[in-house]
Every structure is written in structure tokens, then in C-alpha cells.
Design a protein around this ligand. Structure first.
Ligand code: SF4
Length: 352
């Protein structure tokens, strides 16, 4: 029997330098051995094709790190290996993450010729002063240029932003959203700045906005941004959601390729967790997989699918008795706007 469709995530763990807040799996290395890394990625793709067979692939997401640093020839080789080993669907979504200052029009055109049809840009702030504070290497002008270039090429474009910096007030977030509204974006991601211990910010004593202010900022984004929210940190006009992330959040299978990549593979009726390095994986119990699906599904506005396995791990009585926090519609359970603000608490009460 043919295995289920698998989305593919490819991790490119290299950046020119590390940003002050970054806890992602990435290393400051502007000139890695790209040929070796590409060969390793292609080996992993072939390994999974042998395990799973020629399954359908609805989406490919190349994330990082800074994938836009990668030579186009490497991306071409990776895409050809995927095409030769899997069945890329006709409407496949292929996203590349990028950082301003690492991608010009010519290189972007070449990535598109090799298959990319969606670009995610790490804009992060529309203030040069804040970009410098975050440890970003680019300017606002660099970011706006890249967005403009990609939009003019007709690509689907997304931009990432960070809010809730030390000293930020709700008015700053409203101002940021008003500026974003002028950019003509169909998709953006709004991430709250979180301070991770092993980062330069983690070693500084930063005066962060308190929880109440952060909650007000979250609500101000919904009120001000003219792009609707479809996940806690993601906003898109209808039909322009990131299909890769939506599939993953909805509990579909995905293969993680490359150092530090996570994956959830569904093989011969069994779920497996990949252990951060290609070929290593171990079995996941149905309960563990169901809890993961609740955690990711409830972060989305459309909520989590109510499969039989999921019904077995949630307290349906609690769900029915707390309509101010969760709602059940047809075959899905979702958090209400109030529930979204206290999602961690909701999940703890919901899961038996
Ligand atoms: S560009 Fe992204 S992955 Fe690279 S160091 Fe900065 S935040 Fe981390």
C-alpha cells in the first residue's frame, strides 16, 4: 500500500552571523562546504524515498538558518533529487527562507527557475535602530527592496516581524502594524520576542514588557493588521496561508532533512519521530502523536481535527463545559479568542 503524502522540510543551518536573540539550530559560517552539505541532504532524501516509496509531496520548505546563502546549483541539485525520488504534486508549494542582503533579483530569479514559488523574508523590524539592537546585519531599505523585488516577480511572499522588544509599548506594535499594512503583503508572521538563555540577550538583564502588555500587543495586532490571523503568530489573506505549515499543524506527515531538522514520518500505519539527524528515528505512540496534534492544532484558528485518537486523549466534558475557552464545530475543536490568550492553560485542562 502506498504511504501517505509527506511534506518535506529541509534545514540549512548556516548564517553570516548570529542574531542576538537566536536560539535556532544555526551556526555563523558564511562559507560552509556547500557541496558536502548538499550531498548529505541528497543522501537523506534518497534514504527516505527508499523507506517510504515514491509518496506524494504537497510542499517543500527550505528553512534555516539562511537558505538564501545557498548557491543556486545546490538548491537545483536538491530539488532534482526530490523530483527523481518523490512525486511532487502539480500545485506543490516550494518556499525558501531568506534574509535581506543575501539575495538579489538575479539569484532570486534563478531559485524560482529551479522550482521555488514562495519567498519568506526575515524583515523583523521596520526600524534601523531596532534591527541593530536585534543583531541583524541588514537595513530596513534592504528588506523593503527584497520584498518589492519578490512581489514584482509575482512570487507568493511572506515577511517575518518581531514585536515586544525591551521598552516597546502597545503603541509601537500598532505603529508597526500600520506600516505593515502599507506593504501589500498577503502573508506575515508576527513573533513575540522571547529571551532564550544561551543567547546574547539571555545574558543581558533586559527590561521586557510584562505579560499583560504582551497580551494587549497580541490583541492590538488582531485589531490593526489588515491581514487576518490564522495561527497564533501567522496572518494571511484567504488562500495565502503557508500550506506547508498548515499541513504540519494539522497533523500531516513531514520529513525533516538536514542537520537539526525535525520530522514526523507516517510509515506503514505507524508514526515515527525523527531525531534531528536524517536517518535516526523512533516510534511515537498514538497518544504522544495525538497530544502533539492538539498542541499545534489549537494554535490555529481552524483548530484541531477531532479524530478518534484525539477524542481519546481529551476531556470532552471539560471542552463542552468551557465554551468561553474552546469551541467544537463539526469535526474540529478550536480555542476561542479568550482561550488563545491562555492557550497553555487550556491545553493542560483539555488533555486528560
Ligand atoms: S538569521 Fe535567523 S537563524 Fe540566522 S542567526 Fe539570525 S535569527 Fe538565527
Amino acid at each position: 500500500m502506498k504511504n501517505a503524502p509527506h511534506n518535506i522540510y529541509i534545514h540549512v543551518p548556516y548564517c553570516i552571523s548570529k542574531c542576538n536573540y537566536c536560539a535556532f539550530f544555526s551556526a555563523a559560517c558564511a562559507t560552509p562546504d556547500w557541496d558536502k552539505y548538499t550531498a548529505d541532504i541528497c543522501d537523506e532524501i534518497q534514504f527516505w524515498a527508499q523507506k517510504l516509496g515514491r509518496t506524494d509531496v504537497p510542499t517543500v520548505f527550505v528553512g534555516g538558518g539562511t537558505p538564501s546563502l545557498m548557491p543556486v546549483a545546490c538548491f537545483e541539485k536538491i530539488m532534482n533529487t526530490i523530483r527523481n525520488n518523490f512525486n511532487l504534486l502539480a500545485d506543490v508549494e516550494i518556499t525558501i527562507e531568506s534574509n535581506p542582503g543575501t539575495l538579489d533579483a538575479e539569484k532570486l530569479r534563478a531559485f524560482c527557475a529551479a522550482g521555488a514559488n514562495r519567498l519568506s523574508v526575515g524583515v523583523q523590524s521596520l526600524s534601523d535602530e531596532k534591527l541593530k539592537f536585534l543583531g541583524r546585519r541588514h537595513s530596513v531599505a534592504d528588506a523593503l527592496n527584497l520584498l518589492d523585488t519578490a512581489q514584482k516577480m509575482g512570487l507568493r511572499v511572506s515577511a517575518d516581524f518581531i514585536y515586544g522588544l525591551p521598552g516597546d509599548e502597545v503603541a509601537d506594535v500598532i505603529n508597526l502594524c500600520e506600516q505593515i499594512n502599507k506593504l501589500g503583503l498577503q502573508h506575515c508572521s508576527m513573533y513575540e520576542l522571547t529571551i532564550e538563555p544561551d543567547t546574547p540577550f539571555g545574558k543581558m538583564n533586559l527590561n521586557m514588557p510584562d505579560n499583560e502588555t504582551m497580551a494587549q500587543m497580541y490583541l492590538a495586532i488582531s485589531d490593526t493588521l489588515n491581514i487576518p490571523r490564522y495561527e497564533v503568530s501567522n496572518d494571511a489573506t484567504p488562500g495565502n496561508e503557508c500550506r506547508h505549515n498548515q499541513n504540519v499543524w494539522d497533523g500531516d506527515a513531514y520529513i525533516g532533512i538536514g542537520r537539526g531538522a525535525a520530522g514526523r514520518v507516517f510509515m506503514d500505519g505507524i508514526w515515527y519521530e525523527q531525531l534531528g539527524n536524517g536517518a535516526r528515528f523512533e516510534k511515537l505512540s498514538d497518544t504522544a502523536r495525538a497530544v502533539e496534534m492538539i498542541l499545534t492544532g489549537l494554535r490555529t484558528i481552524r483548530g484541531c481535527r477531532l479524530t478518534d485518537t484525539i477524542k481519546n486523549v481529551i476531556d470532552m466534558d471539560w471542552a463542552r463545559n468551557n465554551p468561553s475557552q474552546v469551541q467544537i464545530n463539526d469535526d474540529r475543536i478550536s480555542a476561542t479568542p479568550n482561550g488563545m490568550l491562555i492557550l497553555d492553560e487550556v491545553v493542560v485542562k483539555l488533555v486528560k
